[in-house]
Design a protein around this ligand. Structure first.
Ligand code: C2E
Ligand code: MG
Ligand code: MG
Ligand code: MG
Length: 282
């Protein structure tokens, strides 16, 4: 039997559906081959400094180019890696790849910083945390140019242990960002306990800001609250100029989204964005 993939559902050739577990086992086997073959790569999405109108940094986003399904987002395969216990090894691989690119780009722009996404789950893995810090320590760059974006796919279960891990990461000079702010349990009460430098307001709030006045109020007050706590605020999912203008009016520090740039290959990022003065032409 061969597995046919119609892009959404995975089914046996005779039409019999694979169980969810079987699908995940299949995908995981493919993914392991992909990691060995270099079919998993990093796209880079620019972050725009809204106050100074210049490039702020980049976020590394993992992509898997599947022979039959095309590019697969990490949102699809990261949960499978989390469930199979392979997420730590995968993430270390991602961190090291991003550090190699960043070190190269620093020859043109020594201030450029790079964000990598780290599953909140990994904060309870002490060996992972040590290895991740060591990888950044060993890279020939300032640790402060690296940002760990903590992505909450599940609730932060071991809150105390997670905060301890974040404190170690911060002590190593690596910046911490809270991703998808507003969607998880990253509420105000524990935001002040996290040693974060930045929050990223989730795109579900930002994208609708123009037409949804309730969202506009929430985004505006979140920016004020976070900045009062000393945090930098990034607005994610900016898809048009009006949205960018509103965030700017609100004093949002940084913007990210398709209107600024889609995630790019490393080569396209270098060709179109990396300038000695960090300025974007046109
Ligand atoms: P994220 O970290 O919140 O990244 C933002 C996602 O929104 C990216 O999707 C990006 O391509 C997309 N995006 C950016 N601008 C816009 C916009 O203007 N409009 C819309 N509609 N979308 C926009 P992507 O690359 O599919 O990544 C999805 C999620 O997968 C990420 O969300 C992150 O949580 C996770 N992820 C990505 N790479 C990694 C990784 O290396 N490790 C881990 N653990 N998670 C990763
Ligand atoms: Mg992110
Ligand atoms: Mg270093
Ligand atoms: Mg996000």
């Amino acid at each position: 039997l061969r597995v046919a993939r119609d892009g959404r559902q995975w089914s046996w050739h005779d039409g019999e559906m694979l169980s969810e577990t079987e699908q995940k086992v299949e995908l995981l086997a493919d993914l392991e081959t992909a990691l060995e073959c270099g079919d998993v790569w990093l796209a880079y999405q620019p972050k725009w400094d809204l106050a100074r109108d210049r490039l702020d940094g980049v976020e590394a986003l993992a992509r898997w180019t599947h022979s039959e399904r095309g590019d697969i987002s990490a949102a699809t395969f990261v949960p499978i890696l989390e469930a199979s216990g392979k997420i730590g090894t995968f993430t270390l691989h991602i961190i090291k790849s991003a550090l190699i690119d960043l070190a190269e780009w620093h020859a043109s722009d020594p201030d450029l910083h790079c964000s990598v996404n780290i599953s909140a789950k990994l904060l309870t893995d002490a060996r992972f945390v040590e290895k991740a810090i060591l990888a950044v320590d060993e890279a020939p760059i300032e640790n402060s140019c690296v940002v760990f974006e903590i992505t909450e796919s599940a609730a932060l279960a071991e809150i105390e242990q997670s905060i301890e891990a974040l404190e170690r990461i911060k002590a190593a000079g690596i910046a911490i960002s809270i991703d998808d702010y507003g969607t998880g349990q990253s509420t105000m009460s524990y935001l002040q306990r996290l040693p974060a430098a930045e929050i990223k307001i989730d795109q579900s709030f930002v994208r609708t800001i123009e037409h949804d006045s309730a969202n506009r109020i929430m985004v505006g007050s979140t920016i004020q609250m976070a900045q009062a706590l000393g945090l930098r605020v990034v607005g994610e999912g900016i898809e048009d100029q009006r949205c960018l203008d509103i965030l700017k009016e609100f004093g949002c520090d940084v913007g990210q989204g398709w209107h600024i740039s889609k995630p790019l290959t490393a080569a396209d990022f270098v060709a179109n964005w990396l300038r000695p003065d960090g300025q974007l032409s046109a």
